[in-house]
Design a protein around this ligand. Structure first.
Ligand code: LRH
Ligand code: MN
Ligand code: MN
Length: 393
């Protein structure tokens, strides 16, 4: 079976022309597990240097022009200056991530806490993040809550949902007209009996109650094993409520390894749903972000590899002959339809992507080009005393 009668190269060129991936500031700092953080030479000492490293990813891929920040990990005195620094480097500030998971006050919850004073503190932190958005030009406020329970009976499941709805409403009301709220879910951790936003359904219900500018974030590592993630993607797209991805790979859960490393076929299936809905186009406003840590591999190269992995999955999805697929589906041609998908998935798109990079004046192989640039050796020599990602950075 042939994949298509169309010009497949043109389909990939057009589809990828404006497709971008947002990179996280925390990917460039030292990281590890709760057992050990491995220090790497040359890691950034401040948010300015994180942006410099992120700009390298954009320089070699031509497809990573935004950088997410995490507050307070990336707190600086002058966010206008940080945004100007980003612009000088050819990138911009992307989503602003709040952080309510490292403060003693939030042991029993932040936006869901039974104590109104603690809820007010957590809301105030989000208002601070909104100020950062205004200073940096960011349009996306991203919330992931660590809130949850370890023991049945510890608190009322329903009351916590009511408190959450009220806190979110206050945050939503504080945002500007052109701001979006991105609400992330995760089925376990740091609490194990019940998380307050464990799944996409809970996130979606809160978004629907808030208003049009509230959308769901799908972190690919935040599901139980064998969850059909592309189904969730399709459902959220139907509702116009898929705001963003946090891409990473999981072997178990929330491993935060490089996207496309553990299960490239799953990434392809996700991207097939995206392309079917034309959600790879900027007009869809789905923000394709990475949420990863590179514990044992070099960080800038790990980020470049990840952007390439996402691009490869999108390119393969763009190879699917949608018209032929629709006909096979309507005709009940089970094997024909499945074959169209598998033909696209099994196509090696690396040559096409290399050609497209050359057309844009980039080098064919971004990782080889970065390795040859000497940047890694330079930062290792220049930067002494780099920080851990997040904690302490
Ligand atoms: C939580 C999470 C969330 C945080 C990030 C550091 O597990 O995925 O997105 O902001 O990790
Ligand atoms: Mn995440
Ligand atoms: Mn996570």
């Amino acid at each position: 079976m042939t994949t298509t009668a169309r010009d497949p190269i043109a389909a990939v060129r057009e589809g990828l022309a404006e497709f971008t991936v947002e990179v996280p500031s925390w990917a460039y700092g030292n990281s590890g597990t709760r057992f050990k953080v491995f220090a790497q030479p040359g890691v950034p000492r401040d948010p300015y240097e994180k942006l410099a490293d992120a700009a390298q990813v954009n320089a070699y891929t031509g497809a990573a022009p935004r950088v997410s920040l995490h507050i307070p990990w990336d707190l600086v005195d002058d966010f206008g200056k940080l945004a100007a620094h980003a612009a000088d480097l050819g990138v911009s500030i992307g989503a602003i991530n709040s952080n309510v998971f490292q403060d003693d006050a939030y042991m029993l919850g932040s936006l869901t806490n039974a104590d109104p004073a603690i809820r007010a503190k957590a809301v105030a932190h989000h208002v601070q993040c909104i100020e950062v958005m205004r200073a940096t030009g960011s349009k996306d406020l991203k919330l992931w809550l660590p809130d949850g329970l370890n023991y049945p009976g510890q608190d009322s499941l329903r009351d916590r949902q009511e408190r959450l709805a009220d806190s979110l409403q206050q945050i939503y009301a504080a945002m500007d007209e052109d701001h979006r709220l991105l609400l992330e879910y995760k089925f376990f951790e740091p609490y194990f009996y019940a998380m307050d936003i464990p799944d996409w359904g809970t996130s979606l219900l809160h978004c629907l109650a808030l208003g049009e500018r509230a959308t769901v974030v799908l972190d690919t590592g935040h599901h139980a094993p064998n969850t059909n993630i592309e189904f969730i993607v399709a459902q959220l797209l139907r509702q116009g409520r898929l705001g963003a991805f946090d891409f990473n790979s999981r072997f178990y859960a929330d491993d935060d390894l490089m996207v496309g490393a553990a299960d490239p076929f799953q990434l392809f299936r996700i991207m097939h749903e995206i392309v079917e809905a034309d959600a790879h186009l900027p007009s869809s406003r789905v923000n394709f972000m990475l949420d990863q840590c590179h514990n044992i591999e070099p960080k800038v190269q790990g980020q470049i590899r990840s952007v390439l992995n996402v691009q490869e999955a999108v390119a393969k999805a763009l190879l699917v002959d949608r018209e032929a697929l629709r006909q096979a589906q309507l005709a009940g041609d089970v094997l024909g339809a499945n074959g169209l998908l598998m033909d696209a998935y099994n196509t090696d798109v690396r040559g096409i992507l290399g050609d497209l990079r050359e057309e844009k004046g980039l080098q064919r192989d971004p990782i080889a080009a970065y390795r040859a640039s000497g940047y890694q050796e330079r930062i290792a020599a220049e930067r002494v005393g780099g920080h851990q990602a997040g904690w302490g950075a």
